[in-house]
Design a binder for this molecule. Structure first.
Ligand code: SF4
Length: 463
């Protein structure tokens, strides 16, 4: 075992909870996750009003299912805190323990993850771990069911093993990349998680589980042999799309809707909350995949809720191509933005619609920071000084230089769609086609000379 060195705190990243808002290019950002995962319709309406009064009037649901308010300032943050307090919303402030928003209500889940999450939360409090861990350290508890958490990266992942009352633990990654560790009954799983988090904490507040793994090869169960059943790495999951009707174990239903590119104005959200209350929804729950779930509806109420949501501009069809595109606010909302990413996202989704079959994610980032989708995407379009960089199977940070000017974006995407149609084999999804498509067809070949790029540079509309 290698002697572990403390990780400097400046590497710890940021987690913009209500008590720790994060500075962004468009003011302070607050991530507000209700401790119990659900908000009454009246609370959602109140938050929408607070977003308008104290922020820029926009609310977001992130890919992980966190509610976010943007455009706050040092002068307005206390007003938001007072509003949240007055609405009796208890935000999560400790180590994130992500479970399905329908845990305990989903008839298709393997287990209810909430008792295990509560056991881990109690252990974190008892051991004083929250103050010793960096703000991005997280635990995912995936109990199977209608809302898989495959795409959520975590320091420790627990996945319910069907038919065993055991949990499979894996470390430092999402379902496809986390390193298998052990398969344990629930009580032992909780203790193991707490011990693992303790080892991260021992390395300092800048540490993540990957740092523990880097210093201790014995943490891999495959170091001395084959993985046992339940410990195999999982195949990459499809994008989470909890859009549509989901039956619940209490006889009611949940209706899932999406926020276009993860964002909505305060006024339509307030109107949606009114509709949810009027139609009998018990609560509204932010969900992974930039979604909201209205829970406790009758089937008729769910139909009416979906119809009102569509009228208000929400996504109600699971095959809507906008669900496959992540986009940050970009210019002019964000000072770092080099292109109008959010404004262009609709046109990008429409242009790529023929290949957005749910097997790929497209990320439109107005700078190389990649706020809207920190993970790799099949296609990442990055705003650069000279135009757009196109990254395949990578992150925005992998962009080195522009491949074409902004004005050429839509023609390039249309050419990519044509190449994918010509190259597609029977039964093949877009992920497979994109993996095979040539650099020329993907738009990363025949880059323009820099002087030509400068001439064609534009900061205006795409078309
Ligand atoms: S990725 Fe987008 S939101 Fe993030 S800093 Fe860059 S322009 Fe701003």
């Amino acid at each position: 075992m290698t002697a572990a060195r403390p990780i400097p705190p400046e590497r710890r990243g940021a987690c913009p909870a209500l008590s720790r808002p994060m500075e962004t290019g468009d003011g302070l950002l607050v991530r507000l996750v209700p401790a119990e995962g659900a908000l009454a319709p009246e609370q959602v309406k109140g938050l929408a009003g607070a977003a308008r009064a104290f922020g820029n009037g926009l609310l977001e649901v992130s890919a992980r299912g966190s509610l976010q308010l943007r455009g706050l300032s040092a002068e307005t943050i206390d007003g938001l805190r007072a509003a949240v307090n007055a609405l009796a919303i208890a935000p999560r402030e400790s180590v994130p323990l992500d479970v399905s928003p329908l845990a305990g209500l989903d008839p298709s889940e393997t287990a209810d993850a909430r008792p295990l999450a509560r056991r881990i939360a109690a252990g974190i409090a008892a051991r004083g771990l929250a103050a010793r861990l960096g703000p991005k350290v997280s635990v995912v508890l995936d109990s199977g069911g209608a809302i898989p958490l495959d795409a959520l990266s975590a320091d420790v992942r627990l996945v319910a093993v069907p038919g065993t009352a055991h949990w499979a633990l894996a470390l430092a990654g999402d379902a496809a990349t986390a390193r298998p560790f052990a398969v344990l009954p629930e009580a032992e799983a909780a203790e193991a998680v707490l011990d693992l988090l303790g080892r991260v904490a021992d390395l300092g507040t800048g540490a993540r589980m990957a740092d523990v793994l880097a210093g201790d090869a014995s943490l891999s169960p495959t170091a001395g042999g084959e993985a046992t059943p339940g410990q195999e790495r999982m195949a990459p999951g499809r994008a989470v799309r909890p859009i549509g009707r989901l039956p619940l174990s209490d006889g009611t239903v949940a209706q899932g809707i999406g926020l276009p590119f993860g964002q909505i104005e305060a006024e339509p959200l307030a109107a949606l909350a009114d509709a949810a209350r009027r139609l009998g929804a018990r609560d509204l729950r932010p969900a992974p995949g930039r979604a909201l779930l209205a829970v406790g509806l009758s089937p008729e109420g769910a139909d009416a809720f979906a119809a009102e949501a569509a009228t208000l501009g929400f996504i109600t069809a699971p095959d809507d191509p906008r669900l496959s595109v992540a986009a940050c606010p970009g210019a002019p909302a964000c000072r770092s933005g080099l292109v109008p990413a959010r404004a262009a996202a609709g046109e990008v989704a429409a242009a790529l619609a023929p290949i957005l079959d749910g097997s790929i994610t497209v990320h439109l980032s107005a700078c190389a920071k990649g706020c809207a989708h920190p993970a790799k995407a099949a296609l990442t379009l990055v705003g650069m000084d000279e135009g757009i960089a196109l990254v395949r199977e990578g992150t925005a940070g992998a962009a080195m230089r522009a491949d074409f000017p902004l004005a050429a974006l839509l023609p390039r995407l249309e050419a990519l769609v044509r190449a994918a149609a010509e190259g597609r084999r029977a039964g093949e999804d877009s992920r497979a086609v994109m993996a095979r498509i040539s650099p020329a067809a993907a738009g990363t070949e025949n880059r323009m000379p820099e002087e030509t790029m400068a001439e064609r540079k534009t900061s205006g509309p795409l078309a």
